[in-house]
Write a protein that binds this ligand. Structure first.
Ligand code: PMP
Length: 430
């Protein structure tokens, strides 16, 4: 989340010196425990030797190869790994550099698919409010994130009609019925795609989509031939305790968009994984219809991605995240019981958040205050939530964090919570 309109004082960022595991150090010697994995992407911590060695090896061979001139061994092997891990028939992979670019490319794919089939009326993309899909104009246009869209309306894609489904009756995310009503309102024949975050991130603060909603959307997509697009930029590759967020609902989307988790912060790479059925419909390979980006899928980023995925497999990191997530959740529940400012603990696996009772006088307020207080305690957390009801902080450390590190994280968070409210931290209570 960007700085709120209320918080205008200039904040000078510290200069990073180095980082190891879950700890980051600045040039003034201050240590930070990274409780949100950067932007929920440094999933296996900093400085993992197995990953750095493989990157160094590739650097010596070739850092760059242009995607229309060469393939590369790490890219071929990364693709094989992703296809093996992904659900169903998602066997076609295109690479980009960021989550936003991959969402943007997916929007192009949805548009091209209907153009080729002479379905010009099938052009509405339905997303959720709250949601976040990226900062490029198509992706931001599709995002249900008013704060990030603010003042940018003239720039946002206006060729695609975006419609948004909103949760009703005080719920935090849209229900199956909300989605069905929205689809009915638009007219399913006009629908090009539905984009959904299986577990929310910055927009809702880790509120999950109900598995039955995912399954119903799958049925409706089949019935009415719109694409079901899962935005797994934050959830993909182990964050939720399964390989992919969709796995919790046993649903295979038509397109799955991956980002952060692929390279876990070691390089710049993202991907869209597309089903056989969609590629068959297109009648030609993806790379002949989707124009791409200069650096996309470069060998160095691919080597980083491959090393990360190998590491995740070798150490069974998604299963580890499931157990670690249970441990962390118990610790966060304790904080909730001690600090009335915490409304709830939510999320799946290691995609967790503390919901905060909003400050009636200003929004966003509490999540920024808590993030600042945590920083003063040497802890990094991520402010989230697009409405007062969703105000929260993401607590999403590396999937590989040890229990001792999570204990330390919770101690610092405890102290930060008592800084912004009157409830004492445990040490003060003792
Ligand atoms: N989708 C989701 C669900 C995300 O969490 C993000 C990043 N926070 C994006 C898309 C955009 O990814 P990027 O910042 O890499 O462009």
């Amino acid at each position: 989340m960007n700085a709120s309109p209320q918080k205008q004082e200039p904040f000078v960022l510290p200069i990073i010196s180095h980082a190891r595991g879950v700890y980051v150090y600045d040039q003034d010697g201050q240590e930070y425990l990274d409780g949100c994995s950067g932007a929920v992407n440094v999933n296996v911590g900093h400085g993992v030797p197995e990953i750095l060695d493989r990157m160094r090896e590739q650097m010596d061979k070739a850092c760059f190869a242009y995607r229309t001139q060469f393939r590369s061994d790490p890219l071929i092997r990364l693709t094989q790994q992703l296809v093996e891990l992904a659900p169903g028939d998602l066997s076609h992979v295109e690479y980009c550099n960021s989550g936003s670019e991959a969402i943007e490319m997916t929007l192009r794919l949805a548009t091209l698919r209907n153009a080729q089939a002479y379905r010009p009326f099938k052009c509405t993309v339905l997303t959720e409010e709250p949601s976040y899909h990226g900062m490029t104009s198509g992706a931001l246009g599709a995002s249900g994130h008013p704060l990030r869209r603010r003042h940018l309306t003239p720039l946002l894609a206006n060729q695609v009609t975006v419609s948004r489904v909103r949760p009703k009756h005080g719920a935090l995310r849209a229900s199956t019925q909300d989605w069905e009503e929205a689809i009915h309102r638009i007219g399913p024949a006009n629908l090009s795609a539905v984009i959904i975050e299986p577990v929310g991130g910055a927009s809702s603060g880790a509120v999950p989509t109900a598995p039955e909603t995912m399954r119903r959307l799958r049925e409706l997509a089949d019935e009415h031939q719109f694409l079901l697009i899962a935005d797994e930029v934050m959830t993909g590759l182990g964050r939720t305790g399964r390989w992919f967020g969709c796995d919790h609902a046993d649903v295979t989307p038509d397109v799955m968009v991956l980002g952060k988790g692929i390279s876990a912060g070691y390089a710049t790479i993202s991907a869209l994984m597309v089903s056989d059925a969609v590629v068959n419909e297109l009648g030609q390979p993806l790379n002949t219809v989707l124009f791409g980006h200069t650096m996309a899928g470069n060998p160095l980023a691919a080597a980083a991605g491959l090393a990360v995925v190998d590491y995740l497999r070798a150490h069974e990191v998604p299963a580890q995240a499931r157990h670690t997530g249970e441990y962390l959740r118990r610790k966060l529940d304790l904080l909730r019981s001690r600090h009335p400012i915490v409304s709830d603990v939510r999320g799946v696996g290691m995609q967790l958040a503390l919901g905060l009772h909003p400050d009636p006088a200003r929004f966003p307020g509490r999540c920024l205050d808590l993030t600042e207080a945590a920083r003063e305690e040497g802890l990094l957390i991520y402010p989230a939530g697009v409405t007062p009801a969703l105000e929260s902080v993401l607590v999403t450390p590396a999937l590989t964090a040890s229990h001792e590190e999570l204990d330390e994280l919770t101690r610092r968070l405890d102290r930060a919570l008592s800084r912004i409210s009157s409830s004492p931290a445990v040490e003060e209570q003792a």
